[in-house]
Write a protein that binds this ligand. Structure first.
Ligand code: 1BN
Ligand code: ZN
Length: 313
């Protein structure tokens, strides 16, 4: 794996330079910048921010995508068509949600990359957008970025041997139908899947669930979400720092409700990676020009590395 090469390229040269003379030291001084470049390229290359941005752009092109809408159904078909190319098990989780505006058909989409340990790691995000009747809210960051990042994760995980099962879940119905976020008018997809996985015992196999939301902002600034599991917060923040991303995973706190909450409430170690410092939040100006492929690559690379670390724990 590229990750292993990263450590092998730097370590032996450093050791040799300490034990032998100035020749090796000179070599090290010249070679180190190249080795650092090579090692960061190796870490970044499994997950492509450019590819994640392309998926995000294609999702956003469907326009406003509230749960139950035609555009939402077209996006479901698009997600399914993409993940069917990734050599994973593809599952749908259709259900009827009781909303303040009546019953609505919703559907979570699940990609399973099977492992051999019996344990599971789950990475989630939402693909619906908040309904704003009469407006053109396309949710490039809020709904688009999580959809694109998960599609690129599926591509990066495709056809690789696994220790744990890795599930990727695209949640429907994260957003409230009413203008305000209140009561049971939100988190429809995650509440449904948490209840289903409680029934069939899947929850007992989950080592960790990581939800991503609004992670494409050009000005990436992710705070520690305080409803999240403390051990997972520690793992994600230390991984980000070791990859050189401490400027983006900052040491500040924030509490939000998001798709991790139904799992937290059922005792699953879960965490929300959310950049809530985003002025166009729920505005029609939440458009693609506010996003960057670098931000998607930073978060995707951290999540991939965390999956690896969880698997060998
Ligand atoms: C995230 C994106 N959320 C909705 N769209 C959840 C949320 C709701 C976060 C209220 C903060 C406040
Ligand atoms: Zn939202």
């Amino acid at each position: 794996m590229l990750r292993t090469k990263t450590f092998l390229t730097t370590a032996p040269v450093t050791t040799a330079s300490v034990t032998t003379g100035s020749l090796n030291r000179n070599f090290l001084m010249k070679a180190l910048p190249i080795l650092i470049l090579l090692s960061s390229a190796a870490v970044a290359s499994d997950f492509s921010g450019v590819s994640a941005m392309k998926y995000t752009r294609e999702a956003v092109a469907f326009g406003p995508r509230p749960a139950g809408s035609e555009a939402n159904h077209k996006l479901q078909d698009y997600i399914l068509s993409q993940i069917r190319q990734d050599g994973c098990q593809v599952m749908e989780d259709p259900f009827v949600a009781k909303t303040p505006f009546g019953d609505k058909m919703m559907d979570n989409i699940i990609a399973k990359f099977p492992g051999r340990s019996g344990r599971a790691i789950v990475i989630t995000g939402h693909f619906d957008t908040k309904p704003f009747p009469g407006r053109k809210f396309v949710g490039a960051n809020d709904g688009g970025s999580s959809t694109g990042l998960l599609l690129e994760l599926a591509r990066a995980l495709a056809r690789k041997p696994r220790i744990d099962d890795v599930y990727l879940v695209w949640f429907d119905g994260e957003e409230a139908f009413r203008p305000e976020w209140a009561g049971l008018d939100n988190l429809y997809g995650s509440r449904h899947l948490a209840a289903k996985w409680r029934q069939d015992q899947t929850l007992t196999r989950i080592k960790a669930l990581i939800n991503v939301d609004m992670i494409g902002d050009k000005n990436l600034n992710i705070k520690r979400e305080t409803n999240s599991n403390p051990n997972l917060l520690q793992l994600v923040w230390s991984t980000a720092a070791e990859l050189g991303y401490q400027a983006y995973f900052v040491n500040e706190n924030l509490a939000t409700e998001d798709d991790h909450m139904p799992f937290i409430q059922l005792g699953v170690p879960a965490l929300d990676i959310i950049d809530f410092d985003y002025p166009p939040w729920h505005e029609d100006s939440d458009t693609l020009d506010k996003l960057s492929s670098q931000s998607l690559e930073i978060v995707g690379t951290v999540v991939l590395e965390v999956i690896h670390r969880l698997e060998i724990q």
